[in-house]
Write a protein of this length. Structure first.
Ligand code: ATP
Length: 271
């Protein structure tokens, strides 16, 4: 009960509030499972930033603090134009905060469901290839994201951006004991590169379904509903681990690249 009330009473910080004598809050963006997010300006540098604030109910919870800390550590370690740069982390008497570069781009949830963008097969796999360059970068650093869902991938029309490393883990922790709720969702949450490909399989299906218009009320599988090339089906089946799974981002990238040399996929390569 206490948690429900403290959650309801957890009011976001007010616009124009100054924190750490440095950051001015402009806009409350939303509440996620672990924190509240704000758009702000660092008035020392003039830069737009995102400030994440650990939720009240998580601030004494070891898992909550650890995952907040992990996200800060991974962002510090990663240095890539498609991943927000780590800027700062600090505590005041009530809260923990993480500050990162603000990325001006809509996410795929916004693009598909609000802007009603549609993606055909070639466009979908072109977007995927661009994302795989980023995924390869962090997999090479032995980091798996474990939450590559449409709200966590942003797109400015040229470049993808991967945000929210709150569930990311190091591949060195492959034998770590996962919380029970993560165990129930092993294909998404396993500490392995395959869990990121599994999530990307679902990501690809979200993009492909943007063009889909149901012909009947009968529920069918994606393979029956979508009119896909054999190459596309094969890649998605492997990402979803219905057939033997991909071992690395390189292996998947080779398949995506060769898809563009088949009839269906001429030259929409954007890097
Ligand atoms: N670097 C960034 N640039 C722009 N917007 C961002 C950035 N990081 C986060 N956001 C925005 O803030 C929202 C919340 O951030 P994030 O997903 O990292 O928080 P979370 O608490 O882990 O949320 P969830 O539980 O939904 O995964 C995102 O949906 C996104 O719209």
């Amino acid at each position: 009960m206490k948690n429900i009330f403290s959650e309801l009473l957890e009011r976001p910080l007010q616009n124009n509030k100054l924190i750490k004598n440095r950051y001015i809050i402009h806009q409350f963006i939303g509440k996620g499972s672990s924190g509240l997010a704000y758009k702000a300006t660092d008035f020392k540098t003039g830069q737009s930033v995102i400030i994440k604030q650990l939720r009240k109910r998580k601030r004494n919870d070891l898992h909550g603090i650890e995952s907040f800390q992990r996200e800060a550590d991974f962002l510090k370690k990663l240095n890539h134009p498609s991943i927000p740069s780590y800027l700062d982390a600090f505590m005041d008497e009530h809260h923990r905060f993480l500050v990162m570069e603000y990325i001006e781009a809509p996410n795929f949830e916004e693009l598909i469901f609000h802007q009603k963008k549609e993606y055909n097969e070639r466009e979908t796999f072109s977007v995927l290839l661009n994302i795989l360059h980023v995924v390869k970068y962090f997999h090479d650093q032995k980091i798996v994201h474990r939450d590559l869902r449409i709200p966590n991938i942003l797109w400015d029309g040229i470049r993808p951006y991967v945000i929210d490393f709150g569930l990311a883990r190091s591949l060195d922790e492959q034998n770590a004991v996962l919380p029970k709720k993560e165990k129930e969702n092993m294909l998404f949450r396993e500490i392995s590169v395959q869990s990121d490909f599994f999530a990307l399989g679902h990501f690809v299906l979200f993009l492909l379904y943007s063009q889909f218009e149901p012909q009947s009320k009968k529920e069918k599988s994606w393979e029956e509903e979508l009119d896909l090339s054999a190459a596309a089906k094969k890649m998605i089946r492997r990402m979803l681990q219905l057939d033997h799974s991909y071992e690395s981002a390189d292996e998947l990238m080779i398949d995506v690249e060769s898809f563009f040399f088949t009839d269906k996929g001429t030259s929409v390569l954007v890097h």
